[in-house]
Design a protein around this ligand. Structure first.
Ligand SMILES: *[C@@H]1O[C@H](CO)[C@@H](O)[C@H](O)[C@H]1NC(C)=O
Ligand SMILES: *[C@@H]1O[C@H](CO)[C@@H](O)[C@H](O)[C@H]1NC(C)=O
Ligand SMILES: *[C@@H]1O[C@H](CO)[C@@H](O)[C@H](O)[C@H]1NC(C)=O
Ligand SMILES: *[C@@H]1O[C@H](CO)[C@@H](O)[C@H](O)[C@H]1NC(C)=O
Length: 423
């Protein structure tokens, strides 16, 4: 295992010299800009869409209150970086790089913390427009009896619903509190056993160990060298720069954030892995309780594809709920678990949160009736990419009965219930 790590570090050293990325890279975990990872929903000309179920994460947002302190501290770091370069002639920043650092300021006002940005509204508006284009039969007119719209009680999911509905419907329905459904769309605070498990020691073990290990320390060192620091910056500081870079890219994807400049692609991949480990063990395949929460959303899908009175369901939720839904559906599960020790071996893993859960991430399920076939079929799309589910032997469109059968034990109420939540 040690051998792997060492050879990786060497590789990192040579690659890092070669190229520093400026922008348009999608390694920012749950802060990734949606358009960098989304696909295009294919058309099935022989098929007619009958029902549609969409589970969406809110759009690009501003940082939360608790993140702001660290971002404000970047202002001081920025002055030190400029001084390193201009005064001490240390580091490898170009004149243009320096210009970007000189111009930078944190644009977030306290009152905006956690809210959707303009770019976030656009993302969802455009997603709504694309959905209408693909499924005009289902979406061209709104009726209360035909369309179910639910949000969590948070402002950002309501804002997201509003933005998407304006993209779908010429005259969008108003988003009201009667649409709040925290039972399904906001797990936090509702299930004590879950909340405890996500804060447990086991949940943090692999990410902490990776963070203090050689691979991440080497990134911190190389980034510090580039910025002209004699002593290595802390990994926390490097993580703050990485997060700021991701946010600023999602807010203004045509501009380069100075906080992206210190990183090469290989650095970003390492920091992405650190995030992937956190999310994996907190609330995905690495936490045995994830499936017990995810199954409830799969049960709602099961109901919506066949029985429900309404043929369109649009849900607006959060990162955490997206993760348990992925687990419930069995999407992006690797045969090997990612750990602190197997970074290099997991290079082509499926569990990449940047691809899975960017801002505005969504899982779309559509049931179709296709020519000459008596039974309906289901297509599942992740961020507008059609998925070939293992449970359906990799078919593009899965026969509805086969699909429901494949998840029948997942949604069985004797297994899928909240009994485990009480401590
Ligand atoms: C969807 O449901 C509505 C209301 O029940 C109905 O009027 C409409 O025809 C349905 N659309 C499709 C494509 O089945
Ligand atoms: C979800 O939204 C619909 C309106 O689209 C509303 O009737 C319902 O009460 C909401 N909440 C739940 C739990 O379904
Ligand atoms: C899942 O769907 C099937 C077919 O519509 C239905 O018979 C079953 O009761 C549903 N299960 C749950 C848990 O909703
Ligand atoms: C579907 O059925 C029609 C007429 O019943 C037939 O002409 C056509 O070839 C069939 N298409 C396929 C793809 O089987």
């Amino acid at each position: 295992m040690n051998l792997l790590v060492v050879s990786f570090v060497l590789f990192l050293t040579s690659a890092a010299k070669a190229k520093y990325t400026q922008q348009h890279e999608s390694y920012f975990s749950t802060h990734t800009y949606y358009d960098l990872v989304r696909g295009d929903i294919p058309n099935f000309p022989e098929c007619k869409a009958e029902r549609l179920w969409l589970f969406s994460r809110h759009g690009t947002r501003y940082p939360h209150h608790h993140e702001l302190k660290a971002f404000n501290d970047l202002d001081d770091l920025r002055h030190r970086i400029i001084k390193n370069s201009e005064h001490h002639k240390r580091g490898t920043l170009s004149k243009d790089d320096l210009k970007l650092f000189k111009k930078w300021n944190l644009e977030v006002k306290k009152k905006d913390a956690g809210k959707i940005t303009k770019s976030g509204e656009k993302e969802l508006h455009h997603l709504g427009e694309r959905l209408l284009q693909h499924f005009p039969q289902l979406l061209s007119s709104y009726s209360k009896d035909g369309v179910k719209i639910n949000t969590s009680s948070k402002k950002r999911t309501k804002q997201s619903a509003k933005a998407m509905l304006s993209g779908i419907y010429g005259q969008p329905p108003e988003v009201t509190d009667s649409m709040v459904n925290d039972d399904l769309l906001l797990v936090r605070g509702q299930c004590p056993a879950w909340d405890e498990s996500t804060e447990s020691k086991e949940a943090k073990r692999e990410s902490s160990s990776f963070k203090s290990g050689e691979v991440v320390q080497e990134v911190a060192k190389q980034v510090s060298d580039r910025l002209g620091f004699k002593d290595s910056l802390s990994v926390d500081t490097v993580e703050t720069m990485y997060k700021m870079c991701g946010y600023e890219q999602a807010w203004h994807h045509k501009h380069t954030s100075p906080w992206c400049i210190p990183f090469s692609k290989d650095h970003l991949k390492v920091l992405e892995y650190l995030e992937d480990l956190k999310k994996y063990y907190k609330g995905a395949y690495g936490n045995p309780l994830s499936c017990k929460l995810g199954c409830r959303i799969v049960a709602d899908l099961n109901d919506s594809l066949k029985q429900a009175q309404r043929n369109v369901s649009l849900y607006f939720s959060h990162d955490e709920e997206m993760r348990v839904l992925l687990v419930g559906l069995g999407i992006a599960e690797d045969q090997k678990r990612p750990t602190a020790a197997n970074y290099a071996a997991m290079d082509s893993r499926q569990w990449r949160t940047s691809k899975l859960i960017p801002f505005s991430a969504n899982i779309l399920a559509v049931s179709y009736r296709c020519q000459n076939e008596s039974d309906s079929k289901v297509g599942i799309f992740l961020n507008e990419h059609l998925l070939k589910l293992g449970k359906c032997q990799g078919q593009e469109l899965c026969p509805l009965e086969q699909f429901l059968q494949a998840y029948s034990s997942t949604v069985d109420p004797s297994i899928c219930n909240m009994d485990f939540c009480t401590l």
